[in-house]
Design a protein around this ligand. Sequence first.
Ligand SMILES: C[S@@+](CC[C@H](N)C(=O)[O-])C[C@H]1O[C@@H](n2cnc3c(N)ncnc32)[C@H](O)[C@@H]1O
Length: 292
Amino acid sequence: MQARELIKEGERRLKRSPAIDHWPADREWRDAAVLLAHALGEGDRDEPDDLEAEVPGRAAGRFRRLVRRRAGGEPIAHIVGWTEFRGLHLRIRPGAFVPRQSSEWTVEQVVRRLRPRRRPVHVDVATGMGPIALAVAAEVPAAEVHGTDLLAAGLRQGANNARRLGIRNATFHVGDLFDALPPHLRAAVDAVTLHPPYVPRLEVGDLPLEVRGFEPEPTLTDYSEHGMGLVERTVEEARAWLASGGWLLVEVSSDRSRRVRGLLQRAGYEDVRSTRGWPDITRTVVGRWAPR
Ligand SMILES: C[S@@+](CC[C@H](N)C(=O)[O-])C[C@H]1O[C@@H](n2cnc3c(N)ncnc32)[C@H](O)[C@@H]1O
């Protein structure tokens, strides 16, 4: 069978799967194309080199087995072992939150604020496997970047990716929010980013199987009733770590952004607003810490 036809076959199978989120519209085609390139042994590519070429029977069999795994909900990044984030090719294994494209906008927002500063310090709390920290470190080479998380498995992946990619200005620390940071960073941080777990405790069961079945639960929820527990703590605690004029940036779903804006305003942050990137499913709420 031709590569293109086989991808279409995989796409049809994935579209029928109740385990995966069918968004955006071309997602199943793109997943099937990645899986076929993987099955053909073409390496980490978005699609096979030649879509018109005949696929050998053994590779077609491998492809169909991979499609079955994906249709069962296994994240594409876990199956092929890589993902791309802000142009960085990241190796990934189960045990950490899979980076989302929406966080690329958070990177855009923080990079814009850090670039004009001479030797900026950036802290990404709840960093997971560190996509935001790694992208900022790569795009602002003068920055000193720190990522923190409770789960060591993700941080190890972050550190390994940093080594592989030759990123030397990012360091990862195991710990609760700001607890593991070097104390001399108090009141010296130019930007704090947070892409938190914000699903209310009782709504985790409503998530698609590909999320609730394959990503560690503490990456999805902070176990609070409203899901805003970690955001509230970060808004509060970041004030001791931010330099005057430093920024807090919090990525949440669009329906939560008003609530987060209110939290920042009540805590005394200035220039608080909600920024909207692509894909249009999340907002990055930003606020500047400028105590008088
Ligand atoms: C939605 S994931 C986001 C991960 C990463 N920022 C990203 O965008 O890929 C939320 C992360 O928060 C971490 N986390 C939960 N509670 C935490 C805490 N108290 N301190 C630090 N990290 C925490 C989880 O382990 C998980 O990695």
